[in-house]
Design a protein around this ligand. Structure first.
Ligand code: GFB
Length: 328
């Protein structure tokens, strides 16, 4: 297997999304200069033939598979067909295309929702497939589990080195701020900001506020992915998180502090809570020497700054949201 060098050909699938764009930033900062990236208009990863032809022609030394259809609890729960189909087709096209093209190394990105809804906490990697999934995101979770199993099966049958990372809830620059499809943190940042501007003094929070979530800044996630590539991690499942969680009510308060919104919280209990808790056991990656470095309160402040910046740019014609890539 060829070692990874600064000149290695690295394909980042999904480079316009929050995670893919963070991986691109991280790789560039570290001096990797031979990055292969393709816009959706040039390469449609849901098209098997196009994807296989691209990979056969470019034969990357390494692939970060960060392309996916993602969203928060409501998008997962309502666009169930899109979430299972698009994720299955993207991952089978890229993973199988990579294998056919002789790509030896790949990192597949999943999500902590692959684990059973009510499993013991903190969640260890070996709890996969030990119980029923959270119903609101079962289609997405099933697609991601299929991706993990595809990597595992190809490693066994074909000798590839395709590893998998399961991040906890991510947030940071280049997130999606659409209130119907976003995750909780960007939604709360936007709602708190708009409430402050309107002078309403209230933040509307979905559900009861009691579910617990572990939040990881996307730059930490990108750092973990590059760490795994550089350590030549060849296979297996690795949780990525901070090892600490907070309630949704607590994170709402932290967002209010960062935004400078004074007032109360209204809980909309007509909206689902989802999984009660999904704190990851991060000892596998920690034992290799990696840990998160961005504190949650600081990360929220940074993200609010980014939100304000992208709104200002939107006023000057910049399109904010998950379709943008920010480069350093
Ligand atoms: O981030 P989120 O949408 O995803 O919601 P999940 C987390 C929690 O925040 C839920 C609550 O209990 C929501 O009810 N919440 C409160 C809100 N206010 C809001 C709001 O304004 N918007 C949103 N979106 N939530 C997703 C999965 O689950 O997490 C995916 O559906 C994926 O599959 C992703 O795994 C990381 O953590 O519940």
């Amino acid at each position: 297997m060829r070692p990874i060098e600064r000149s290695s050909r690295i394909y980042v699938a999904g480079h316009r999304g929050m995670v893919g764009s963070a991986i691109v930033r991280c790789l560039r900062r570290a001096g990797y200069h031979n990055l292969l990236i393709r816009d959706r208009s040039d390469l449609d990863l849901t098209d098997q033939r196009q994807t296989a032809a691209f990979l056969a022609q470019e034969r990357p030394d390494y692939i970060f598979l960060a392309a996916a259809k993602v969203g928060g609890i409501q998008a997962n729960n309502t666009q169930r067909g899109d979430f299972i189909y698009q994720n299955l087709v993207i991952e089978t096209n890229v993973i199988n295309g990579a294998r056919l093209a002789g790509v030896e190394r790949l990192l597949f990105l999943g999500s902590s929702c692959i684990y059973p809804r009510d499993c013991a906490q903190p969640i260890r990697e070996e709890y996969l497939l030990t119980g029923p999934l959270e119903p609101t995101n079962e289609p997405y979770a099933i697609a991601k589990i299929a991706g993990i199993k595809l990597c595992e099966a190809y490693n066994r049958q074909f000798g590839t080195a395709y590893a998998c990372v399961m991040p906890t809830n991510l947030y940071g620059p280049n997130d999606n701020y659409d209130l119907n499809s976003s995750h909780v943190l960007p939604a709360l940042i936007r709602k708190a900001h708009e409430s402050k501007l309107a002078g309403s003094g209230r933040l509307e929070v979905w559900g009861s506020g009691s579910p617990r979530r572990e939040f990881l800044h996307v730059d930490d996630m990108a750092d973990a992915c590059v760490f795994m590539m550089e350590r030549a991690v060849a296979e297996g499942l690795y949780n990525v998180g901070t090892g600490e969680d907070v309630t949704i009510a607590e994170v709402a308060r932290m967002v209010m502090d960062a935004v400078g919104l004074k007032g109360g919280i209204s809980f909309d209990t007509s909206k689902p809570d989802g999984t009660p808790r999904k704190l990851l056991d991060v000892s596998r990656l920690a034992s290799m020497g990696w840990k998160a470095s961005i504190d949650l309160a600081e990360g929220i402040r940074l993200t609010y700054g980014d939100y304000l910046e992208s709104r200002a740019l939107a006023g000057s014609g910049f399109q904010a949201g998950s379709e943008q890539v920010r480069t350093p």
